[in-house]
Design a protein around this ligand. Sequence first.
Ligand code: CDP
Length: 258
Amino acid sequence: MSRRRRIYEGKAKTLYEGPEPGTLIQFFKDDATAFNKKKHEIVDGKGVLNNRISEYIFTQLTRVGIPNHFIKRINMREQLIKEVEIIPVEVIVRNISAGTLSERLGIPEGEVLPRSIIEFCYKKDELNDPLVSEEHITAFGWASPQEIDDMMALAIRVNDFLSGLFLGVGIQLVDFKIELGRLWENDIMRIVVADEISPDSCRLWDIKTNEKMDKDRFRRDLGGLVDSYQEVARRLGIMNENDPKRGKGPVLVKSDKT
Ligand code: CDP
């Protein structure tokens, strides 16, 4: 396929040199990994779906003025992005208790949190991305106090926007992870949202049935991962190129809860 120079090989994506300086190509693989790669499978079609879903979400982020790295989708598996310096800290936002928060604090999964909670994890596979505090981030120089403020403000904006977007299509945004990067434009640096936002990096529960529509289907051996991701894409109104019947824009799903 491509003879482009490979810049970085991640678990679910590969980064290649872009056509112009300051750009990269992000390739979405079908690899599904969990528990720091102890569990690894190839899930046919996952990369294509995440590429489309992430494209849709980043395009909407741009529309509402949330700065990000996305330029355009190139094909079924690739998108053109701006090259940024990734901050080695993952930002997790939680609205409902689940996953490691439930395990750590003994809060049953599914409890609505008193308010949205932001957590930071140090991006280090060898250490299983440990939870860290602002103290660690500033003491070790991973980001400055001002950058942490910017990261938190962006994470909250993304949470507000995504919660509404998903609620409108009958999906509860339980939690999600974002990565942020430093983007230089004319000697001015700003923090932007990078990486991907997809059912691999979000917990998404159907409002009516509480059915999981995210990577927990893989982590917890529930099966039906691709069907769930496809359903997320369908509800968001992401058009299948082979299906002229579907329109663009979110598909309203009526909730029993009012
Ligand atoms: O995902 P896991 O249960 O290991 O950890 P979590 O702390 O409960 O994850 C919170 C949210 O961040 C979930 O939506 C995960 O999918 C996402 N996450 C991620 O995308 N990548 C990571 N390295 C860690 C968490």
